[in-house]
Design a binder for this molecule. Structure first.
Ligand code: A2P
Length: 346
């Protein structure tokens, strides 16, 4: 008989949490029990799953009793406070926040790239940053054929990366501006509707923001290439839920667009979307709600004989967050890795 698992979603009422619920249902994840956890603000709310109405419970000390797998998406400070308690209660935590991503003993996993890393978990597995996941899925298949020497990325990131409230805020801002009123900003430092701005995460002394450094450091860890050269400019754009990225890759030898197209057409989690006649390429509205990362405009970099340009769009809430987490959970189940091989060191 196939085994089934007791699962908890921490942050069940958020943008990623509600998508986790949808994906567990859509993909028929083998669960025997599902617990929905959020802040005390949401206690008493209900969400539906497979035709059943489930209560949302406020997170407390007993919340993880009897739980096998926690899918956490309630922000870094909540994960820092509660992940070790969930592990102590016997659960494996797949954490969507940045709290543990760079901890050497915590695997950082994109199942299409480094599934084997999950085998050595000690109770916590980190889900990478959304921009990193989308880029990794699209470029790792090329990196396997010919190592990438240098990456220059520019991102166009949707409001969903800042959560459900931020998405609502952008819609309200657009309505206010169209009605001739002042837009209200709470989730972002500036109005995002009819605007864009460099990602507003903390800047380091070199002038890079945290989001850009996540792409650099997390990609190095996922690819297992500590010397991978990568620079990025991350920008927030007034799109609701799919991120776009312009990626320039430099190799040691020329990598022809035809070969790249061929490799990416067969790559897991990637869909090549290119109609050069119609000038039709990936767009956020087409990527929204899709599992695959859409890749197109694959072309020779005219400034460098070993350079390649590509453009991608991916659903930030799906593959950029919830889907990647559910795929990690599926991997643990398939490989029988739910219980850690190595006990968590206290
Ligand atoms: P709540 O809806 O009760 O505030 P998003 O990323 O879309 O903003 O969602 C964040 C999710 O994390 C929500 O489900 C939110 O619950 C939950 N959350 C935020 N802070 C806490 C906390 N301290 N304890 C438990 N859940 C939290």
């Amino acid at each position: 008989m196939a085994e089934s698992y007791r699962v908890a979603i921490l942050g069940a009422t958020g943008a990623v949490g509600t998508e986790l619920l949808t994906l567990l249902e859509e993909r028929d994840f083998p669960l025997s029990d599902l617990k929905l956890l959020a802040s005390p603000r949401s206690a008493g709310r209900t969400l539906s799953f497979k035709g059943e109405v489930l209560p949302v419970e406020a997170l407390d000390e007993k919340a993880f009793d009897g739980v096998d797998i926690v899918l956490a998406s309630a922000g870094g400070s909540t994960s820092k406070e509660w992940a070790s308690k969930a592990v102590a209660a016997g659960a494996v935590v797949i954490d969507n926040s940045s709290a543990f991503r760079m901890e050497p003993t915590v695997p950082l996993v994109v199942p299409e790239v480094n599934p084997q890393a999950a085998a050595s978990h000690r109770g916590i597995i980190a889900n990478p940053n959304c921009t990193t996941i989308l880029m990794a899925v699209a470029i790792y298949p090329l990196h396997q054929i010919q190592p990438i020497r240098r990456i220059v990325a520019a991102t166009y990131q949707s409001a969903s990366g800042a959560g459900a409230k931020a998405m609502e805020e952008v819609k309200a801002q657009a309505q206010a501006i169209l009605n001739g009123q002042e837009p209200v900003t709470n989730s972002f430092p500036y109005p995002l509707a009819f605007n864009l701005f460099p990602h507003n995460s903390k800047l380091n002394e070199q002038g890079y923001c945290e989001e850009e450094m996540k792409m650099v450091n997390e990609s190095r860890k996922i690819f297992g290439s500590p010397d991978l050269r990568l620079t990025a400019t991350c920008v927030r754009v007034p799109v609701l839920r799919a991120h776009s990225e312009a990626i320039n890759l430099e190799f040691d030898q020329p990598f022809t667009p035809a070969k790249a197209r061929d490799v990416l057409s067969q790559a897991p989690g990637v869909k090549v979307v290119e109609d050069w006649q119609a000038n039709y390429f990936p767009m956020p509205i087409d990527a929204s709600g899709q599992d695959d990362v859409l890749v197109g405009r694959i072309r020779q970099d005219i400034s460098h004989p070993c350079g390649l340009e590509l453009w991608l769009c991916g659903d930030q809430i799906r593959k950029g967050a919830a889907l990647n987490a559910v795929q990690i959970a599926e991997l643990l189940v398939e490989k029988n890795w739910v219980k850690p091989a190595v006990a968590m060191a206290n």
